[in-house]
Design a binder for this molecule. Structure first.
Ligand code: HEM
Length: 502
């Protein structure tokens, strides 16, 4: 009896507390929406980050609240809010929202889109292999792949876009599976890329509607216009086959006594792994390394080289810095990094100028919270508007201009603004950031040491690209320069650095 009474008292206290909170604290302000639909029709499919930034006026501040079909959405346009909510309060704001289309495609098994929990923790054990302090053992691999990239862009610079994609894909394949691609036509690469590309291609048109109106899921397959079931099932099968095939290859190698320095080899070698994870977690986390690392790293490299090709003065200054260190006797490597602050500032500035993941990946709150006097209901989707944060004029005056000096102290050393906003926040922050940054740094340093890039031109339209006229396309949460190429000239006195043994 005593226990029943105690439970009843605790339950009423809990209810009083949560209803009390609801009464006492309002939802954050935001644009007025329509009955039932809320703001669903006001959120654009393209470049929504710009709309969220504009809504600051309606919400009287950088914290913007919207509601779409009953779903609470909170957008942090400002770094401090993102830091407080997603980092300091990460215990309750680090889940991912359920996305029906991802579930149907089997992509809810990809780490970045996965709900938090035991499987997610297992994925992160696998991803320890690319954390800071461990990623350095892949530096020799990055050197080989950068050499191949240099060879390719110096031979066919107009195909730069393809070369950048191949550069990052070939790094991720080795790191995940120890699989060394020999050509862009490698059938394994084609198979895996097809799975990834169909998600990017299909997600928005098909997934958008069914994710906005989940009841559509219940429409039968034969219903006119209902195609997403088959589309999603096709992708699910393709993805499953690709990731299983890659793991089978590694197991086959291990059985034949072949050892390689890949994540999958490390976990599958009998009795050798320091930490054990379930095979399905290894399979899915390894596939995440490939699918999550490929487009993002190449997007970053494309942005950095686009910035350089459209800013010849910056390029010249970086080349002078590099040759003052290497004397044109060799290509720069990671040991030179600390001596090349201007190059470091270029990379920080390029990823600020055009952040490859402008809205990050949405977080979801697992508990109700109160922030700045506003209620954040449980289940709220929280977006970090990285694009808006990089446009904060108080920190980055004249934000659309590309100015590496923003990240330098007056004495030319790198300043303390060393946080790459584009990699997100808190428990869900990008675990691949060190690998991405190392890959981009080496490819940029060695390109600048040997080549000068000019006349960037869109492959699709033939239009010249300039500092203020660039052309981007949206992928799956990634904002990528549309395919472009450029002219290259070997640097005077550094031609010998381009002597490749075929
Ligand atoms: C320039 C390159 C990259 C950018 C801009 C980028 C950006 C991001 C962002 C914004 C997030 C979400 C953070 C958040 O939720 O707050 C993320 C998550 C993630 N990224 Fe990256 N990323 C890059 C490269 C990579 C690479 C190379 C890998 C793997 C090899 C990788 C693997 C992941 C994974 C596994 C997650 C999910 C973490 C989780 O949800 O627990 N990323 N990334």
């Amino acid at each position: 009896m005593f226990y029943f009474a105690l439970i009843a008292i605790l339950a009423s206290l809990f209810l009083a507390r949560s209803f009390g909170r609801r009464r006492r604290f309002p939802l954050p302000p935001g644009p007025r929406g329509l009955p039932l639909l809320g703001n669903a029709l006001q959120i654009p499919r393209f470049r929504p980050w710009e709309t969220y930034k504009k809504w600051e006026k309606l919400s009287h501040g950088p914290l913007v609240y919207a509601k779409a079909l009953g779903q609470h959405i909170l957008v942090a346009n400002n770094f401090d809010d993102a830091l407080e909510l997603l980092e300091k309060r990460s215990a309750i704001h680090s889940d991912r929202p359920f996305m029906l289309m991802f579930k149907l495609m089997g992509w809810d098994a990809i780490t970045a889109f996965m709900k938090s929990g035991n499987t997610w923790r297992q994925h992160h054990k696998v991803l320890q292999h690319i954390r800071r302090g461990r990623v350095e053992r892949f530096h020799p691999l990055l050197a080989v792949k950068t050499g191949d990239f240099l060879h390719k862009i110096s031979t066919t610079p107009k195909h730069f876009d393809k070369h950048a994609n191949y550069f990052s894909a070939s790094i991720m394949m080795v790191i995940a599976y120890g699989y060394d691609l020999q050509s862009p036509d490698d059938p394994i690469l084609k198979m895996v890329c097809e799975a990834v590309e169909s998600v990017v291609r299909g997600f928005l048109p098909g997934g958008f509607v069914v994710d906005t109106f989940p009841f559509l899921r219940h429409l039968p397959r034969w219903f006119p216009g209902v195609k997403f079931h088959d589309y999603a099932a096709g992708i699910k099968k393709m993805t499953y086959e690709a990731k299983t095939k890659m793991l089978d290859l590694v197991e086959e190698e291990i059985r034949s006594g072949i050892d390689r320095a890949s994540i999958c080899h490390a976990f599958l070698k009998e009795g050798e792994a320091e930490i054990r994870v379930e095979k399905s977690s290894l399979r899915d986390a390894a596939f995440t390394v490939f699918s999550g690392g490929m487009d993002t790293t190449s997007a970053g490299l494309k942005i950095v080289l686009l910035a350089l090709a459209t800013h010849p003065d910056v390029q010249k200054k970086a080349q002078a810095e590099i040759s003052s260190v290497t004397r044109n006797t060799r290509l720069p490597d990671f040991d030179d990094r600390a001596s090349l602050p201007y190059l470091g500032a270029i990379i920080r500035e390029a990823l600020r100028w055009k952040p490859p993941a402008p809205l990050g990946v949405p977080h979801q709150s697992t508990q109700e919270d109160v922030y700045k006097g506003y209620l954040i209901p449980q289940g709220t989707i929280i977006m970090s508007n990285i694009w808006a944060m990089t446009r904060n004029e108080e920190i980055y005056p004249d934000p659309e201009s590309f100015k590496p000096e923003r990240f330098l102290n007056p004495d030319g050393t790198l300043n303390s603004d060393d946080r790459y906003l584009t990699f997100g926040f808190g428990r869900r922050v990008c675990p691949g950031q060190y690998l991405a940054l190392d890959s981009i740094w080496l490819a940029t340093a060695q390109t600048l040491a040997s080549l000068t890039l000019s006349n960037p031109v869109s492959i699709e339209t033939g239009n010249e690209l300039t500092a203020h006229k660039t052309d981007f396309v949206e992928g799956l949460g990634v904002w990528i320069p549309r395919p472009f190429g450029f002219d290259i000239t070997p640097n005077k006195g550094a031609e010998h650095l381009l002597n490749f043994a075929d």
